[in-house]
Design a protein around this ligand. Structure first.
Ligand SMILES: C[S@@+](CC[C@H](N)C(=O)[O-])C[C@H]1O[C@@H](n2cnc3c(N)ncnc32)[C@H](O)[C@@H]1O
Length: 223
């Protein structure tokens, strides 16, 4: 069995043994959690997929809402979570106004690999609106590689990807994402993201990460 990795240098889509493949999104969960307060009252994970991050947030927040537009993913998340997990699982589009999400109510809003499924500026604006004054928005996202710097990072990422995969394999825990999870290629570049962030969430810190991801952290100014 082989797994496809993202297209390298815009033309070459290498194939790696699936055993060396792993979940790039979950890889950034520890990083993301370190950006958040140790304890918070309310947290929201947007595009929660099978719910791994929401379960981690539940260990540090009194109440967690986790929303995903795909009913199958919310079913997976519920099934993986057990009855005592303090997460309210919600099926729906975070951009629609029929979900019980209260603007300005969340100490923490997270979105991992989901922002690129939505129109960038409206989605960034919606996520920012949901954060309470003084709260934190933390995003791990995908971007479209277009520049020389993007290509250079991809060249570094490929051997590093295999090395991390080998470590997972040696520990007996290869971690691929759920096969039913909706995925799509990113259409927005880092430049698009920086411009949108400057307008919508001024002061946000946006960084390119090694494994085909960027991170964005924004603290909403206290009222
Ligand atoms: C690539 S998956 C990532 C899932 C999860 N965050 C993870 O890291 O494993 C993107 C998820 O975002 C969800 N999604 C896409 N658009 C959405 C929207 N408008 N509202 C809520 N969820 C959405 C998809 O259904 C999908 O489960």
């Amino acid at each position: 069995m082989v797994a496809a990795v993202p297209t390298i240098l815009g033309v070459w889509k290498p194939r790696l043994p699936a055993a060396l493949w792993w979940d790039h999104n979950a890889h950034y969960h520890p990083w993301l959690l370190r950006r958040l307060p140790a304890r918070s009252h309310r947290a929201l994970d947007v595009g929660c997929g099978a719910g791994a991050l929401a379960r981690r947030l539940a260990a540090r927040a009194d109440r967690v809402d986790a929303v995903d537009a795909a009913p199958v993913m919310i079913e997976r998340a519920r099934a993986a979570s057990g009855p005592t997990t303090a997460v309210r699982w919600l099926v729906g589009d975070v951009l629609a106004d029929d979900l019980p999400l209260q603007a300005g109510a969340y100490d923490v809003v997270t979105a991992v690999a989901s922002l690129h499924h939505m129109p960038l500026r409206p989605a960034l604006s919606r996520l920012a609106d949901l954060v309470r004054p003084g709260g934190t928005l933390a995003v791990v996202g995908l971007y479209r590689q277009t520049t020389l710097a993007d290509r250079a990072v991809e060249v570094l990422a490929l051997p590093a990807n295999a090395a991390v995969g080998a470590v997972h394999l040696s520990r007996g825990r290869g971690r691929l994402a759920d096969e039913d999870m909706p995925v799509q290629d990113a259409t927005t570049t880092l430049a698009d993201l920086r411009a949108a962030a400057a307008d919508v969430v001024p002061g946000a810190r946006l960084r390119r990460r090694l494994f085909w991801r960027y991170t964005l952290v924004w603290r909403r100014p206290a009222a």
